[in-house]
Design a protein around this ligand. Structure first.
Ligand code: F6P
Length: 537
């Protein structure tokens, strides 16, 4: 934790409170308060957030509120949304909220109001999206573009991919959208299978335009285009979304086909920027703007609601309670919606790349753990894969269940009801176990319960609702970073792997093990040697 004297007192009060509360079960907590289900739930935007099956009581909430106050979270969010350089290791603002702020806002970065540029980018995105959706965008041979292949990785892929899958009920039926992120040659080949170069464009998203995987994919895409429509025409089929315009033009993307990513938006926070272009092409500008409105709704509530009715802060501080006080190292995210199947992977980057840090702002290390391993899968599938571990494993794993009450098609509502019945059954069994106990229950069949979970219930999976969920997790992640005292906006830890890969790749085509590999370490040396033998080099 980022500690001041008063904060130290609050932390020790939380530890004492944990020792007392750990003697109580969820069954006892529910028996003490017949209204617990309501008392520990809030409406936040259009979301119903039920934390009643977390291992907390009103004292916990009070102490966590003190911790939030002492951490000056509200001040941090005000500063962040006003453009302060809250990303302190890179001396940059983190202004993803500006991307969905009212069009007449005024937010200054280095003395310049950034809103006109944001509006300009949105207008360019809208014009481009409509030209494809209306069949007006023609390729090099004069054929209308009907296929879009999105190339990118990490924050330049996961947000769009997640939202595209989540909003599949809103996608344009005649436009074929595909995503490719891996340097594995099979991935692009499978992605391109059946596509016609004359009617296909590639949207290459890379803030740095320096990410090896994405650049390799782009070169392969250019070759695929050239083989069919020749070298003159392929620039009509390449769109760049980047913060590095010069690198993109040097690699053959035309100026007019570039959409700018501002330096003050991090990749994992970038869906509401031009990085969302492919999504806008698919669901259309109007629905994309509904997504932005949902985000803005939660931006505002995160700033304005007091702790006990602030879903962002409550969920963030409970994450800290579960991680730093109850010492649960992971959290399972279980959306009861097949359309939300990519949501766990999206949250993995958002939460783990933001909070996987071990140095605080005051340069001290930590005396407790920070950040959780985020993993998960869709609801009923998870019940047939890892829920056994959740119910009877030796480790307690807090769960986050997401449910939606309304199906798209009234005729399918019965199945939607079954989905929610499963969600309720699982969160209940995790909390209360085999209670009330049956006599003949052998130890192997007994569920101890007392396994915490949160339920987030939304009316329907629409762009507006998805926008609310995305902003909720963005801010929840940032709030946890503030309390823990880490920078949620940088990712220095992933840089070294990239440069090591460059060095090793230089050795790949050398016949035998080189001196350079010997100097590295005996494992890499031996593995590369084996790789080459297996390649019959
Ligand atoms: O994983 C490291 C990272 O820098 C992410 O933060 C980012 O979203 C991803 O790589 C892709 O980076 P770029 O958009 O620059 O290609």
């Amino acid at each position: 934790m980022d500690s001041s004297h008063n904060k130290t007192q609050i932390l020790s009060s939380l530890e004492e409170h944990r020792n007392r509360l750990s003697k109580k079960s969820l069954i006892e907590l529910f028996n003490e308060n017949s209204n617990r289900g309501s008392d520990f739930s809030i409406a936040f935007g259009d979301l119903w957030i039920d934390i009643s099956k977390q291992l907390i009581d009103s004292t916990t909430i009070g102490l966590l509120a003190d911790l939030a106050d002492e951490s000056k979270i509200n001040q941090f969010f005000s500063d962040m949304m006003a453009g302060s350089p809250v990303n302190w290791t890179e001396q940059k603002p983190a202004l993803h909220t500006a991307l969905r702020a009212p069009r007449d806002s005024k937010i200054l970065v280095e003395g310049k109001n950034i809103i006109p540029d944001i509006n300009g980018t949105l207008e360019k995105m809208e014009e481009f999206s409509d030209s494809i959706r209306n069949g007006k965008l023609l390729g090099a041979t004069g054929a209308p573009v009907t296929s879009v292949v999105a190339l990118g990785i990490g924050g330049s892929n996961l947000g769009s991919l997640m939202a595209y899958k989540a909003l599949s009920n809103f996608t344009h039926r005649e436009i074929d959208i595909r995503f490719c992120s891996s340097i594995d040659p099979v991935d692009l080949n499978q992605t391109l299978n059946g596509l016609n170069p004359e009617t296909t464009i590639f949207v290459i998203t890379s803030k740095s335009f320096n990410t090896k995987e994405t650049l390799v994919l782009m070169e392969n895409a250019k070759k695929w285009l050239e083989d069919s429509i020749g070298i003159e025409g392929f620039s009509k089929h390449l769109v760049g979304i980047t913060g590095s315009r010069e690198k993109a033009t040097n690699l053959g993307i035309e100026e007019t086909m570039i959409f700018d990513l501002p330096d003050w938006v991090g990749g994992r926070f970038s869906l509401s920027s031009a990085a969302g272009l492919v999504l806008m092409i698919s669901i259309g500008p109007d629905e994309f703007f509904h997504l932005l409105s949902g985000m803005e709704e939660i931006d505002n509530k995160t700033l304005s609601e007091h702790f006990e009715s602030n879903g962002t802060l409550l969920l963030s501080l409970i994450d800290i309670w579960n991680r730093s006080f109850l010492n649960y190292p992971t959290m399972a995210v279980v959306p009861y919606s097949s359309q939300m199947s990519y949501f766990p992977a999206y949250l993995q980057q958002l939460m783990m790349e933001s909070l996987g840090k071990n140095i605080r702002r005051d340069r001290h290390g930590f005396d407790n753990s920070v950040g959780s391993v985020i993993w998960g899968a869709t609801g009923t599938e998870g019940q047939h894969a890892f829920f056994q571990f959740l119910h009877q494993g030796t480790d307690v794993i807090p769960c986050e269940m997401l449910g939606f009450s309304n199906s798209y098609n009234e005729a399918l509502q019965e199945q939607q009801n079954s989905l929610f019945a499963n969600l309720l059954a699982q969160t209940e069994a995790l909390a209360f176990g085999s209670y009330p106990e049956k006599e003949d229950l052998t130890p192997e069949k007994k569920l101890e319960g007392n396994r915490p979970s949160t339920v987030i219930l939304a009316p329907k999976l629409t762009p507006f609702i998805l926008g609310q969920l995305i902003a909720l997790y963005e801010h929840r992640t940032v709030a946890s970073g503030v309390v823990w005292g880490v920078n949620p906006f940088d990712q220095w830890g992933v840089e070294s792997g990239k440069s090591i890969a460059v060095d090793i790749e230089l050795e790949m085509n050398k016949g035998s093990s080189s001196e350079a590999m010997t100097k590295r370490n005996s494992s890499s040396e031996k593995l590369l040697e084996k790789f080459k033998i297996l390649r019959n080099i």
